[in-house]
Design a protein around this ligand. Sequence first.
Ligand code: SF4
Length: 357
Amino acid sequence: MKRYDALSLFSGGLDSVLAARTLMDQGLSVLCLHFVSPFFGKPGRLVHWREAFGLDILALDVGQEYVRMLSDGPAHGLGKFLNPCIDCKIFMLDRAVALLPEYGAKFVATGEVVGQRPMSQRLDALHVIRRDSVAREVLLRPLCAKRLPVTPMEQSGLVDRERLHAMSGRSRKEQLELAGRMGLPEVPTPAGGCMLTEMESVRRYFPIFIHHPEPGATDFELANIGRQYWAGPLWLTIGRNQSDNARLEAALAENDLVFKVRDHPGPLALARRLPGAVWDEAAIRDAAAFVASFSPKARLAGKETAVSVGGAAMSPVWAVPARETPLSWREPAWDEAAGDKAALFAARRRNRELGLA
Ligand code: SF4
């Protein structure tokens, strides 16, 4: 296996490219680590990034552990939406440090820049991340190193501090100039895109935290698909098009129920049975009527239609298509969830500490 001097966190954003290339320009060998979860990561871009930027990049699926960290209630809290940026950075650094021996690497690098992001890159936040991560003595931030205390890697001469940078603030000017000097063939967007910072995504995720004591990565992968509807703890995902339907088929888990209008074109719908959610006959009939309402022809017919229900050995169910049903299926709204956010995650954290979840 190839050995490296450093492992560098790599989101695919410009700063992560510049950080790795800064070290490589000193003659150090760098392996970029691209973390993948239901919320971030674009493993499909690896080939392009390797070719465009001349980097060695390894994709690492950390979805399950990341979801556990988030659902346990991150120690340093959440940002504007469901982004646990400080704990996220600590999580990634800890994972990277654990990989150092495997690659013979001596330190971990990041593309952080002092003052660039409100939550995780304020100077005090950078100190907290260093303090609370196991990377403490082996963490180097090449883009703003000259604004931070000298690290052991610089002291020992492994890294030439003079060839590191002193970037700070939210302006992209210095990064763009450096990208130009490095001759990058393209300038990636600032960061790789994280769905925990997007309202459209977090409104989909929040009900899972309310209703599932121990969610897994596949739950959030499902929440990324199609239309999301909830009736209390009952959860229904409805495909919007062929692509959604194919993704739903791929997402199907052992205990899921699949709904499909039998005699008319219509979407696929998947009900995930969460712990404590009672999918009795009435609930299945209700969901069948709701799913059938997404089939224009079934709705036009205006009478009972057959809805196949897979996974429960009880097909088909006959139901009149109806958008308003006794269970009142609703798409989750972030505005309603936001007020409960701090309390919910604090309670989750408390339960975890008490061993109740
Ligand atoms: S934006 Fe997302 S990926 Fe980036 S640090 Fe925050 S939680 Fe982590």
